[in-house]
Design a protein around this ligand. Structure first.
Ligand SMILES: [Zn+2]
Length: 278
């Protein structure tokens, strides 16, 4: 599933293609469950709207429209967005397409149909914002912020890092990579991290996310930017999906365990045991 760096990359690739464009029509919708409100209302609200900006909150793409509306798009498992010629809207896995005033289409290709498009008013946007933790790449996200979010949390730090209510945008890949970079065992309870470990983890989260953005994200399955280009961060993983391969830092073999039903990779030497909760 795309995480913060992939969604950020898609948002940045959409800006020059969508900013200032007018939505002429809902050109295709063959999976009505993916949108809210229902199709008739959705169509009435978006037709003729101007796309002011394209941004991101957590793993949501946000198309800010005029008249106070925001189109929030979640790519989920297999979704990707492309700006293309209108004929591409007829492809079998394209379930949603918007016709733009320059003759091109924004198409949502989603083989597994988990993707979502919600049209939000100001209140809806505020609710989406409130349901997510702080953005880890903003200046507001400090080691103190991270410490506050982990306070009294006894769940494994790996599980806490991917909880969107605590910190926005981190998923399985970058949680694994950040914990390796910080030298923290994934099963360590959040509340057991020392101030020094919090500092290391804070820095590691920002480093791995920034590096991934610089490489246009990780393309494992379907992920592409809105020009159809793959990212290359998957060529730089230190632990993710590298079970049995040597740790780039100490050559110890990477291990895989399952934490909260998610594959978790770590170096048993660099990320030594847990500290007891104090
Ligand atoms: Zn190691």
């Amino acid at each position: 599933m795309p995480e913060l760096p992939e969604v950020e990359t898609v948002a940045r690739s959409l800006v020059p293609q969508l900013q200032g464009r007018i939505i002429v029509s809902l050109a295709k919708l063959d999976w009505p469950k993916m949108i809210t409100p229902p199709p008739a209302e959705f169509t009435a609200l978006i037709t003729g709207r101007r796309i002011e900006t394209v941004g991101r909150r957590a793993k949501w793409l946000l198309l800010t429209l005029d008249r106070g509306w925001t189109m929030a798009i979640h790519l989920r498992m297999s979704g990707h967005l492309l700006v293309t010629e209108p004929t591409a809207a007829h492809e079998p896995h394209v379930h949603f397409a918007l016709e733009l005033d320059n003759g091109r289409c924004l198409i949502f290709n989603d083989q597994r149909k988990f993707g979502r498009v919600h049209l939000l008013d100001q209140q809806g946007l505020a609710a989406l914002d409130r349901s997510h933790g702080p953005e880890p790449l903003t200046d507001d996200f400090t080691p103190d912020t991270l410490a506050q979010q982990l306070q009294h949390r006894r769940a494994p730090i790996k599980t806490l890092l991917i909880d969107q209510h605590l910190i926005a945008g981190i998923g399985n890949i970058y949680a694994n990579e950040a914990l390796w970079l910080a030298g923290i065992h994934p099963l360590t309870p959040g509340a057991a991290l020392s101030p020094e470990q919090i500092n290391h983890l804070h820095r590691a989260i920002r480093v791995v996310l920034q590096e991934a953005i610089a490489n246009q994200g990780s393309s494992l399955r379907n992920y592409r930017d809105s020009y159809g280009q793959r990212g290359s961060q998957q060529e730089h993983f230190n632990v993710y999906d590298r079970a049995g391969k040597p740790c780039p830092r100490c050559q110890t073999l990477i291990e895989r365990i399952v934490v909260a039903q998610r594959s978790t990779y770590f170096c048993p030497l660099c990320q030594r045991g847990m500290q007891p909760v104090t």
